[in-house]
Design a protein around this ligand. Structure first.
Ligand SMILES: *Cc1c(COP(=O)(O)O)cnc(C)c1O
Length: 380
């Protein structure tokens, strides 16, 4: 991949005049967010690679000091291990193939694995042996998070106690993990889940190497969310109140990367208040369709070779993606200036999370242009 650097979004438009979608990475913003987390979180920070596996993004986080990575598949483990010789990967998917386990252990030497069921623990011990840390993933109550991840994974309390005791009895080190759900706007969700984990640890009565309190920390799209510091305070207080003696780990994805990337898409046709653009629900903008998240947008134009904002009264537009599928339209409408026309660009901002990692090549549309932009997003 050729690395192309630009000073601003305007320069991307002026130099490339792109009729293809462009994924824009702002390394300085990513480093800022990573440092905020590394400085504020009272424990070890793992970046959840699935959120955005682009190597430019991984490199920015690494440069800011992130050394631990939550990886869920062999390709993620391979990518991180090959990019950074001193990175630590954790195999934090509760369901793993035997082949992936074997390679994770034999080739990459991973020492940490998540389970939430006795059959997975048996599989893990059969394939890699017991000289590992077994993290037992526990279910958490459904809270205010936009995505509830405990509907798919997580052991109930009794099963979690048994898993911890069994793993420990067989000679593995043990840890507890949970995920309160993605885009969780409520810091209290962490306190509730930490209490649950503390109860399970007490009942299991085995040494707990660490408590991994997962991801879920929100990014600000439209609706205001508490600052990240509010989450750190609640987590610190809960740790002290619950007298948790073990170290804490966190696995942020969204909160580290959402603000640090934009998707630049071009309007190919306007029909009244309907806009047809070159990225959509099968591309980097997939998450707009999945949840109620609505990223901020701005409209830009290239006039005589110079990038300018599109002006006019704000109106609501329905936006269609590029594929021939009629599902390829956003559920939410976007407010854009009245003057927007064919050839203009829409910058979808705060699209660092669950974007380039989720795109498909359906119907021949795929974003493979990634550019780096120095400085901050507002400099036009
Ligand atoms: C997806 C995921 C994360 C990251 O979640 P965010 O909501 O993006 O912070 C962390 N841990 C696990 C196990 C995950 O599956």
């Amino acid at each position: 991949m050729k690395e192309t650097r630009f000073r601003s979004v305007a320069e991307v438009i002026e130099r490339l005049n792109p009729s293809y979608p462009v994924f824009m990475v702002f390394p300085e913003i990513l480093k800022d967010r990573a440092r905020t987390f590394l400085d504020g979180f009272p424990g070890t920070v793992l970046y959840a690679v699935k959120c955005n596996p682009d190597p430019h993004v991984l490199r920015a986080l690494y440069q800011a000091g992130v050394r631990h990575f939550d990886t869920a598949s062999l390709p993620e483990i391979a990518k991180v291990s090959e990019l950074f010789a001193d990175a630590h990967c954790y195999f934090n998917h509760p369901v793993k193939s035997r082949g992936a386990l074997e390679a994770a252990w034999e080739i990459y030497g991973l020492g940490h694995y998540v389970v939430d069921h006795i059959d997975e623990l048996n599989k893990l011990h059969e394939v890699v042996g017991t000289d590992i840390t077994v993290e037992v993933r526990i279910a958490t109550p459904k809270g205010a998070a936009v995505y509830n991840l405990s509907s798919k994974f997580g052991a109930a309390p009794d099963a979690a106690v048994e898993l911890l005791q069994e793993a420990s009895r067989r000679g593995s080190r043990t840890a507890i993990a949970f995920h309160v759900g993605s885009q969780c706007p409520d810091p209290e969700a962490y306190r509730v889940a930490m209490k649950e984990a503390a109860d399970i640890a007490r009942r299991a009565d085995v040494p707990i190497e660490y408590l991994d309190i997962g991801g879920g920390y929100p990014a600000e799209y439209g609706d205001p969310v508490p600052p990240i510091g509010a989450f750190f305070s609640v987590i610190r207080v809960a740790r002290d109140e619950l007298k948790l003696g073990m170290p804490l780990y966190a696995e942020p994805g969204r909160a580290l990367v959402a603000d640090g990337c934009s998707v630049l898409a071009q309007v190919q046709l306007r029909k009244g208040r309907d806009l047809y653009i070159n990225d959509g629900i099968y591309g980097c903008l997939a998450e707009i369709q999945l949840g109620p998240l609505k990223p901020p947008v701005r409209a830009l134009r290239r006039r005589d070779g110079v990038c300018v904002p599109v002006t006019g009264e704000e109106k609501s537009y329905r936006i269609f993606g590029p594929t021939c599928d009629s599902l390829d339209v956003f559920k939410v409408e976007f407010e854009l200036p009245d003057g927007i026309a064919e050839g203009d660009w829409i910058e979808f901002r705060r699209m660092g999370a669950y974007s380039i990692g989720m795109q498909t090549s359906f119907n021949g549309f795929y974003t493979d242009t990634v550019v780096l932009i120095d400085g901050h997003q507002d400099s036009l």
